[in-house]
Design a binder for this molecule. Structure first.
Ligand code: ADP
Ligand code: MG
Length: 697
C-alpha cells in the first residue's frame, strides 16, 4: 500500500525548513496529518470587516482601513511603532513593541490593509501586534478559497520560534492545494450513511471554508474519525471478551417472574418494559451480559433488577445484589423482602458487618452450598471467602460512584455471571458510551406516573424567618423536612461543625416544639441507622445532615429539602439531594439557600436547578460547565482524550459512531476484509496507542 499522504514527515512539507520542522516536532507534530489536525479556533470573515467604531475591548476582530500615520514613540523598552488606520467610522492604533526598523518601511500613508487581533484599551482602542494583510500589494489569487480567515490557537512555544498565524495558515493552505486526495480509512458506505464529507473535503472546509456551515461539517468529520476508532476499539474489546468468556444461557420457568409482576400494585412503565426486554435478550442468549442500567432516582430500577435476578434464580442459579453502603444495602434488603414475601421457598441472605461471626459462617456455608438463592450486601460482598457455587447474576448498585465492578474478582472465583450495573446518576449518553464503552446501555428515561411535583427555588438569609415558618406549617400538616449542609473546604471537621451548630440552634431556638435529629458521616453505623429509622417512622420531623443523605434515602413523607450554601454544591450532587423528596404523593419543595455574591458558574448551577428537574438535562449542563474529566469526580477517569471530538457537542455523533463501529466489528471481527485494510492499519498504527486500551494482533 502506498504511503499515506498524511504520514508525510513534517520536514518534507513545503515551507517547512529544518528549523521550523524542529519547532513543530518539539510540539509533537511530526506529520502532515498532525498539522492538518490543528483546528482553527475561529474564523474571521474577510468580506465583512468590523467597523472600527463597533470594536469593544477584548474583541478579536478583523478591521479594514487606510493608513493615516506611521510613528514611533517612547524610549527603550517602551519604544513602539504606532500605525494609525482609519475606516469610515473611526481611527484605530496598531501597535508593535520590539519592532524592527524595516517594519516601518512596510507601511505607507494611504495604503489599504486588513488588521486582525485582539482589541485592547490604552488611551483609546488599539490592537497590539496585529496580523496585517496589505491589500494594495499583488492581489492574492487564493482569495476565492479564502474568504474566511482561520485563526489557530497556537502554543506560545511555536510563536516564539516564529511560527505565527500567518505562517501556519500559509503552510496549511499550500499543503492542501498540493494534495489531490487522501486515502480514507473509514468505509465509504459509512460516510454515505451519515452524510459526512470525505477527508480531503473535510480538511479543506475546515481550514478554508467558503461558508461556516461547511467548516462545521468538516470538523464533524474529523471528530467522527476519533469517535469511530474509539468505538471500534470498544467493539473489538467487547467482541473478543464475548468470544473468550461465554456467559450463561438462562432457561427460566417464568413462574417466579410472572407471579411477581402480577402481584405488583402498579404497571411497569414503558421504559421499564423496554429495558427489561434488553436484559432478557442478554440473559436468554449465551453471551455474558455486561450492561449499565441508568435511571433517575425513583425511576424503578430495583424492580427491574429484581426481575432479572429472579430469572436467574428460577433457572437454578444464585443472584447477588451489592450496594455501596450498608444503609443502602439494608434498604434494598427491606424492599426486596417485601417484594418477595409471597415466595416462601426463596432464601435471601443479608450479609453485613453487623452479622455475628457464627451467623456469618453459617451463611457462608449456605451460600457455598447453593442453598441461598439471593445474596444482598455491600460492594465487599464477594470479596474474601464468600463463595457462591452457582452465581448467575450480579447486580451492582453504583448510585453515583463509579467504582465499576472488578470483573477479575469474579473470574478468579471461576464465576462468570451476568453483570448489571445500576446507576442513578444520569450520565450524558455520549459520556456513558465512552466511559462504559464496552458495556451495553439501558436507560429508564421515564418516571412512574403519579409522582408529586417538586418546586425548586432559591432564597438567601433575609428570608430565613419565612423559611422556618413555611417548614413549621408543613410539619403541622404532617410532613417532614431535610436540612443539608455542605462540605466546608473539604474538611470533615468544619463540615460537621456547621451541621452540629445548626442542629443545636434548631433544637433549642428555632423549632423547640419539634423533634430534630442529626446525622453525619462520622457517626457510628448503628447510631446512623437509629436516626434514619426514627425519621423513616415519622418520629422525628426534621433531619439535619451533612451530605450523607445524598445516597439513596427513601422517606416518601419528607417533602421539604433545604440545601444550605447551595452555591457550594455541584450540579449532580444537588440533583441527587433533590431526589430525596418528591417520592410520595405530597407536593415537594426544594429550597436552595445561597450566600451572595455567587460566582458565574454557581449562578448557572442554581438557575439550572430551578429551571429543570430532568436529570439528563442537568447532567449535560454539568458536562458543559465542568468538562468530562471532572465529571466522575476522579482524576484518573480513563476517559479517552479526544483532540477534536467533544462530549457535549458530539453527543449524537458518538452514538452513530458506536452503532457503525459495532456493526462493522460484528461483520468483520478481525478486520480481515480487503476493504478494511486501511482501517486496520490506521487503527493499529495510531488509535491503539492513543487510547492505551487495547491490543489487536
Ligand atoms: P430506583 O431504584 O430507580 O431509585 P425504585 O425501584 O426504588 O427506584 O422505585 C421507587 C418507587 O417506585 C418504589 O416504591 C417502587 O415500588 C415504585 N415503582 C417502581 N416502578 C413503578 C411503576 N412502574 N409504577 C409505579 N410505581 C413504581
Ligand atoms: Mg447470557
Amino acid at each position: 500500500m502506498d504511503q499515506n499522504i498524511l504520514d508525510t514527515p513534517i520536514a518534507e512539507v513545503k515551507g517547512i525548513g529544518p528549523k521550523r520542522a524542529w519547532a513543530f516536532q518539539s510540539e509533537d507534530i511530526f506529520t502532515l496529518g498532525h498539522l492538518l489536525n490543528f483546528i482553527p479556533r475561529r474564523y474571521l470573515d474577510k468580506r465583512k470587516p468590523t467597523p472600527i467604531c463597533d470594536l469593544g475591548q477584548k474583541d478579536f476582530a478583523l478591521v479594514k482601513g487606510i493608513v493615516t500615520s506611521i510613528i514611533t514613540v517612547g524610549l527603550g523598552k517602551a519604544s513602539r511603532m504606532v500605525v494609525t488606520i482609519a475606516d469610515e467610522t473611526s481611527y484605530l492604533n496598531l501597535v508593535w513593541f520590539n519592532f524592527k526598523h524595516f517594519m516601518l518601511k512596510q507601511f505607507r500613508k494611504g495604503q489599504k490593509l486588513l488588521a486582525s487581533g485582539e482589541v485592547s484599551y490604552f488611551k483609546g482602542f488599539q490592537m497590539l501586534h496585529p496580523e496585517i494583510e496589505l491589500l494594495t500589494i499583488k492581489k492574492n489569487n487564493d482569495d476565492k478559497l479564502y474568504s474566511f480567515h482561520p485563526c489557530y490557537s497556537l502554543p506560545e512555544s511555536l510563536k516564539k520560534k516564529g511560527i505565527g498565524q500567518k505562517v501556519l495558515r500559509n503552510i496549511i493552505l499550500d499543503a492542501l492545494q498540493r494534495i489531490e486526495n487522501i486515502d480514507d480509512p473509514i468505509p465509504e458506505s459509512i460516510l454515505k450513511d451519515l452524510d459526512l464529507p470525505s477527508l480531503i473535503t473535510a480538511y479543506r472546509d475546515l481550514h478554508f471554508p467558503q461558508e461556516l456551515e461547511r467548516a462545521i461539517r468538516g470538523r464533524q468529520r474529523l471528530a467522527f474519525n476519533e469517535l469511530f476508532f474509539f468505538q471500534l476499539m470498544m467493539a473489538k474489546r467487547r467482541s473478543d471478551s464475548i468470544q473468550s468468556q461465554m456467559g450463561i444461557q438462562f432457561k427460566p420457568t417464568w413462574k417466579l417472574v410472572n407471579s411477581l409482576i402480577k402481584s405488583l400494585p402498579f404497571q411497569l412503565t414503558n421504559a421499564q418494559k423496554r429495558v427489561l426486554a434488553e436484559i432478557k435478550g442478554d440473559m436468554l442468549s449465551g453471551g455474558q451480559m455486561h450492561r449499565l442500567l441508568e435511571g433517575e432516582v425513583g425511576s424503578g430500577k430495583t424492580i427491574v433488577a429484581l426481575i432479572a435476578m429472579l430469572m436467574a434464580v428460577e433457572s437454578g442459579f444464585q443472584a447477588a445484589l451489592m450496594a455501596p453502603t450498608e444503609i443502602l444495602a439494608s434498604q434494598h434488603y427491606q424492599k426486596i423482602q417485601v417484594y418477595l414475601e409471597q415466595f416462601k421457598e426463596l432464601k435471601v441472605a443479608f450479609l453485613t458487618g453487623g452479622v455475628s461471626k457464627v451467623q456469618k459462617n453459617k451463611l457462608k456455608d449456605q451460600i457455598a452450598s447453593g442453598e441461598i438463592n439471593i445474596l444482598i450486601g455491600t460492594h465487599a460482598l464477594l470479596q474474601g471467602d464468600v463463595k457462591p457455587s452457582k452465581l448467575g447474576i450480579v447486580v451492582v448498585d453504583e448510585q453515583h460512584r463509579f467504582g465499576v465492578i472488578q470483573r477479575s474478582t469474579l473470574s478468579e472465583k471461576g464465576l462468570n455471571p451476568e453483570i448489571l450495573v445500576m446507576t442513578a446518576t444520569p450520565i450524558p449518553r455520549s459520556l456513558a458510551l465512552a466511559y462504559f464503552g464496552d458495556m451495553d446501555l439501558s436507560v429508564i428515561d421515564e418516571l412512574p406516573p403519579g409522582r408529586a411535583s417538586i418546586v425548586t427555588f432559591t432564597r438567601d438569609d433575609r428570608k430565613r424567618r419565612e423559611l422556618y415558618n413555611f417548614i413549621r406549617k408543613q410539619v403541622e400538616q404532617g410532613r417532614q423536612a431535610y436540612f443539608v449542609y455542605p462540605l466546608v473546604e473539604e474538611s470533615e471537621i468544619l463540615d460537621l461543625k456547621a451541621a452540629t451548630q445548626a442542629y443545636e440552634e434548631m433544637t433549642e431556638r428555632v423549632f423547640p416544639e419539634l423533634r430534630v435529629d442529626l446525622i453525619h458521616g462520622r457517626m457510628k453505623e448503628e447510631l446512623k441507622n437509629g436516626v434514619m429509622e426514627r425519621f423513616r417512622a415519622g418520629e422525628s420531623h426534621i433531619l439535619v445532615s451533612t451530605t450523607v443523605i445524598e445516597v439513596g434515602i427513601d422517606v416518601p413523607n419528607a417533602n421539604v429539602m433545604v440545601i444550605e450554601h447551595a452555591e457550594r454544591f455541584g450540579l449532580s450532587q444537588l440533583h441527587q439531594l433533590r431526589g430525596r423528596i418528591g417520592r410520595g404523593e405530597f407536593k415537594s419543595y426544594c429550597i436552595l439557600m445561597v450566600k451572595p455574591p455567587l460566582s458565574e458558574n454557581a449562578q448557572r448551577r442554581i438557575q439550572v436547578m430551578c429551571k429543570t428537574g430532568d436529570g439528563f438535562k442537568i447532567a449535560e449542563e454539568d458536562l458543559r460547565i465542568r468538562g468530562p474529566g471532572s465529571f466522575f469526580g476522579i482524576r484518573q477517569h480513563g476517559l479517552p482524550d479526544f483532540a477534536i471530538a467533544d462530549f457535549v457537542e458530539d453527543n449524537i455523533l458518538m452514538r452513530k459512531a458506536r452503532e457503525e463501529a459495532f456493526e462493522l466489528i460484528k461483520a468483520d471481527p478481525d478486520l480481515n476484509l480487503k476493504e478494511h485494510q486501511l482501517l486496520r492499519k490506521v487503527f493499529i498504527g495510531e488509535y491503539e496507542k492513543k487510547f492505551h486500551l487495547y491490543n489487536i494482533g
